[in-house]
Design a binder for this molecule. Structure first.
Ligand SMILES: [Zn+2]
Length: 429
């Protein structure tokens, strides 16, 4: 199995038995369950070509070994067959803790979770991200250590994933940014944070992680090809193409925030005038809305603007972003655009503006059937994507340990029941 740190894998990736001749059927099936994040018995049979009774026997062994859990969605029933049909198999490592550090334009958020990606604790510190990163690394490491010490079982973290709203070189992990986040340019945040925390740390662009979160658990689930746009104080895109995150030759794909849309527009922090970020991100949109409402104290937040005039401002901002996205759609022909961040989760008018621009500027054959939806995970797409990625890293490590004849310690666990999640409603352009 290729190391996951080298890039994302499609969610249904499984190690090929032909390239991994050492795998037994049991290891093969265990690997598929792990990388899937959740799969039914019948899908396992479909993917492996193993008969249903064969799958049942293997799953029985994995359940007995406590390597997997069976999660029954939609409540409990005494009908065993019905329960099995609606059940999802998930890999379990009950003693493992994972963490994430999210840097954004508001500050630093850290979250610690178990292997179901269920957060066990969260901490936040306000910070100015466009400053020298040394003190920010100190704050982030201190925040994560502090949070860990408050947990009931403060065990060492097994994987930490960092999300950063800036371009990251996929070969070196260094920030490649002479214009945006210029104080961070050529730093290696994963190495810096890893040294402070004493564990390996992985880093990725926040929009790429947001795309991954939406693909596995959010509004991107029905699609193999879509654009995810993180529309908050900054604007960035993550691409899922052919069921995997596409990061470009250097890992910088999707940096659309500094596309110029108005040469006479306001000056941007990158030194150019009229970037999409200074026209259609949450900062300028909120400033406009507050000016209209004479909110001099800046007390109102995006969610407070629900009147017709506000809708117009939001629609216009969405339309401007939509022009940039229409060009990307002509190039990539995606099935959907998923809008995350503060603007995506708060306002239908913003999405309406994007849809209008797609209809107007994309080729009709491209716009036909293209869906523009709000992120299914609200403002937590990148956070969820980071935790899923951290879980994936642990599984990969664990999988290799197992092939080598050892594995991480395990504890007994019980059956889990979860509610059936609802998906974000789609809307046709
Ligand atoms: Zn700019």
């Amino acid at each position: 199995m290729a190391p996951i740190a080298a890039g994302y894998e499609p969610v249904d990736f499984h190690p090929s038995r032909y390239t991994q001749p050492r795998l037994t059927n049991k290891q093969w099936v265990a690997g598929i369950i792990r990388s899937s994040g959740g799969i039914s018995r019948s899908d396992l049979a479909l993917r492996t070509g193993i008969s249903k009774s064969g799958v049942a026997a293997l799953v029985g062994e994995l359940l007995a070994d406590r390597l997997v859990d069976e999660v029954f969605e939609g409540g409990r029933t005494h009908d065993l067959e019905r329960r099995r049909r609606s059940a999802t198999l998930r890999a379990v490592l009950p003693d493992v803790l994972i963490g994430t550090i999210q840097f954004d334009h508001e500050g630093i958020t850290v979250v610690i979770a178990d292997m179901t990606c269920e957060p066990l604790g969260r901490a936040f510190a306000e910070a100015r991200i466009n400053t020298a990163p040394g003190p920010l690394f100190e704050t982030a490491a201190g925040l994560l250590r502090g949070l860990l010490s408050t947990l009931e079982r403060p065990e060492p973290l097994d994987a930490v994933v960092v999300a950063l709203p800036g371009p990251i070189d996929k070969a070196t992990g260094r920030v490649r940014s002479p214009s945006v986040l210029s104080a961070w340019s050529d730093t290696d945040p994963a190495e810096e944070l890893g040294r402070r925390l004493g564990i390996p740390v992985h880093i990725d662009n926040d929009a790429d992680l947001g795309a991954w979160g939406e693909f596995v658990e959010g509004a991107g689930r029905p699609f193999t090809d879509f654009l995810y746009v993180e529309a908050s104080r900054g604007i960035g895109a993550g691409l899922v193409l052919d069921g995997a995150v596409y990061r470009g030759s250097a890992g910088i794909a999707g940096e659309i925030g500094h596309n110029q849309v108005d040469p006479a527009g306001p000056l941007c922090r990158c030194g150019q005038n009229g970037c999409i970020e200074v026209v259609a991100s949450s900062g300028p949109v909120l400033a406009k809305l507050r000016a209209i409402r004479d909110d001099h104290a800046g007390a109102l937040s995006l969610n407070d603007f629900v009147d017709g005039v506000s809708a117009r401002v939001l629609r216009e901002a969405g339309h401007t972003l939509g022009q940039v996205l229409a060009e990307a759609c002509n190039l990539l022909n995606p099935q959907a655009i998923v809008i995350g961040g503060q603007l995506g989760s708060a306002h239908e008018s913003y999405l309406e503006g994007i849809r209008e621009a797609i209809r107007r500027y994309a080729q009709p054959v491209i716009a036909d059937g293209l869906v523009v939806v709000a992120a299914g995970l609200g403002e937590s797409s990148a956070l969820t994507g980071s935790l899923i990625r951290a879980r994936h890293l642990v599984f990969d490590h664990e999988f290799r340990l197992e092939l080598g004849g050892t594995s991480l310690p395990r504890k007994a666990h019980g059956e889990v029941t979860v509610d059936t999640g609802t998906r974000a409603a789609g809307a046709l352009v």
